[in-house]
Design a protein around this ligand. Structure first.
Ligand code: ITT
Ligand code: NA
Length: 177
């Protein structure tokens, strides 16, 4: 059984649908201030591997808005907690270039092996208002082909999303081991 160390239930449910037998472990770990999601994940894996003696995964994700030079990026969790979706919409007021992407980096660690990372990306646009009740976080303001991720069900989001892609890559790798 693989543990997914995360405080985010939405993330866990999406990953669970793809990976099957995983359990959520809300253990907490140090999320360093770094320039990339990869660095955050590698540091977290290293720290947790000293505390856990069985296989586990962690994931760091972020929203990268082109017109804001990649903000909120690695600060996505803090920005969601502080200014939230309405804050992002306000920052985008009057900005024509709405291009944005979600990125996910998932890391797997097991005793006696080097950790491995898998990535996924989803390109879309920041909408002009929040719509939809599904998903979590920035989903209501992130649109793909005219619909927000919060207007899609879990299956549909998983089919195209950053997390869907990173978790499917992890799944393929696990099956090849
Ligand atoms: P962890 O315990 O796993 O770290 P977290 O919610 O803090 O959970 P992150 O550090 O990866 O997750 O923070 C990413 C932020 O971006 C956070 O505010 C999420 O709500 C948001 N986010 C991540 N994936 C998302 C998705 O698929 N759709 C919308 N928002 C997402
Ligand atoms: Na986090």
């Amino acid at each position: 059984m693989i543990r997914f160390v995360t405080s985010n239930r939405g993330k866990f449910i999406e990953a669970q649908r793809i990976l099957g037998g995983i359990v959520q472990a809300d253990l907490g770990y140090t999320e360093i201030q770094a320039d990339t999601l990869e660095e955050v994940v590698l540091f977290g894996l290293k720290e947790l591997s000293t505390r856990l003696d069985s296989p586990f995964i962690i994931e760091d994700a972020g929203l990268f808005v082109e017109a804001l030079n990649g903000f909120p990026g690695v600060y996505s969790a803090y920005v969601q907690k502080t200014i939230g979706n309405s804050g992002i919409l306000r920052l985008m007021d009057g900005i024509e270039n709405r291009a944005a992407s979600f990125r996910s980096v998932v890391g797997y660690s097991a005793p006696g092996m080097e950790p491995v990372l898998f990535k996924g990306e989803l390109r879309g646009v920041i909408g002009f208002e929040a719509r939809g009740t599904g998903g979590f976080g920035y989903d209501p303001i992130f649109e793909v082909d005219g619909r927000t991720l919060a207007e899609m069900d879990l299956e549909e989001k998983n089919m195209i999303s950053h997390r869907g892609r990173s978790m499917k890559a992890l799944k393929r790798w696990l099956e090849s081991q």
